[in-house]
Design a protein around this ligand. Sequence first.
Ligand code: NAD
Length: 519
Amino acid sequence: MIRSATSPLFNALKRNYSNVAPTTKLFINGQFVDSKATQWVDLHDPATNNLVTKVPQSTQAEMDAAVESCKSAYELWKNTSVLTRQQIMLKLQAALRRDIKKIAANITLEQGKTLPDAEGDVMRGIQVVEHACAAGTLLQGESLQGITRDMDITSYRVPLGVTAGICPFNFPAMVPLWMIPLALIAGNTMLVKPSERDPGATMLIMELLNEAGCPPGVVNVIHGTHDAVNFICDHPDIKAISFVGGDRAGKHIYQRGAASGKRIQSNMGAKNHAIVLPDADKNAALDSLVGAAFGAAGQRCMALSVAILVGDAQNWIPDLIEKAKKLKVSAGHEPGTDVGPVISPQAKERIFKLIESGIKQGAKCPLDGRSVKVEKYPNGNFVGPTLLTDVKTSYDCYKEEIFGPVLSVISADTLEEAISIINSNPYGNGTAIFTTSGNYARQFVHEVDAGQIGVNVPIPVPLPMFSFTGSRGSFHGDLHFYGKQGLYFYTETKTITSLWRKGAVPANSVPSVSMPVHN
Ligand code: NAD
């Protein structure tokens, strides 16, 4: 039985979106349908732990029907003109902008992040929709006239077929929108499996896709966990998988999907370091550290989780603590909240254990968020901003991705030493430097081995005209999400060599049996 949720946000959503609660539906062939699942995942509001909705573990028949729907829609969709697809994206963009607050409210309810942060989550996705609208240029192939006499070569970018997207919990709108717009604009259909922990935003996006006139079957949504993921990895009709999530699932999907010949892009975990040099603008650097370490309760793959304070910047720890202490911890929909709850009681427990292990291994904890109490929400999964100092790279709290509001502080004597710490870490998602020296910034940019670098920018997530270029342990694959690479991922190249001879071939011509070289 579903207990009634008490949050006014929940009631507002229930009124507006029948497809979100009390059980999350599937989206098959353009229809929201009740699942016949026998197993369900309970989804709780992280601020209260009240039950919000039940998410089905889709049955085999439902998953088969979803792929079949993608497959039959593909024939129509790939032959739909680029301009028509673009019109649908433009309508989707307008609808998303109109409904941004409603989607954000759903994210806050299911995921816990603050309302302004949830709006940022949707807006980052909208920007990818806007990028997809440039398909007329982005999808162009290449051509060369007269490569040899009367011969031309043209290449087209053609869709792959049925593609699939598997999403994490931490960006329930942005990540599906990293995938859906670019897969669709290129002429593919897509099967989406949102995170079982917060699928509501995806379901709202499906309502808007219907409203925008996207034909039934172009996108289907199934729910579930491991079985649904393995179904996607193994299905012979699925040609490509976009995955965003943790290392374990990402490596598994990369291997299992590749075994059945699929193209895969797998964005995984991270440990993002910031170097603070003593010549940095102190307040700007400390504000950036606090925002990027504790915002979204540290549950961003681009969160700054390690600060390397170089030389005299080590004296700034008391000021860092003062700034972090001012953050308000509460439910994400409460005005003025800076740090919402983490996703689950299990996540909270894991964060507590990693803090504890850091202290046991020798770190100091001058700001301990484990004692935080939010009186109005006694059952929420709250962890306050936490600072671990004197951290060594051998500690578990350094080696593990904590994915909570915990900033580990390491000291270094020189920029070179700081860069070498970053380059020795297996992850390569993002990093940042805070300095007022162009020469140190340039040295850092060229010597550091990470895929996304901020110079006085704490969260250097590229805008969608570029690509999300995490590297090393943070990414498996070749072509990255969004930007030009995103479209390359969802297309393959068809190259046509044409000979339209001017004049007839003479009767005494001799056939050539050697490899044609056309020169
Ligand atoms: P997760 O790996 O637990 O889940 C991601 C998806 O994989 C979900 O849909 C889930 O159902 C499925 N899944 C989980 N475990 C699985 C398994 N063992 N086998 C098959 N499928 C499985 O990740 P999460 O906790 O939802 O998200 C947080 C993680 O995602 C963090 O590690 C974060 O760094 C990472 N992340 C990375 C990026 C990036 O772009 N690099 C962006 C966002 C999040």
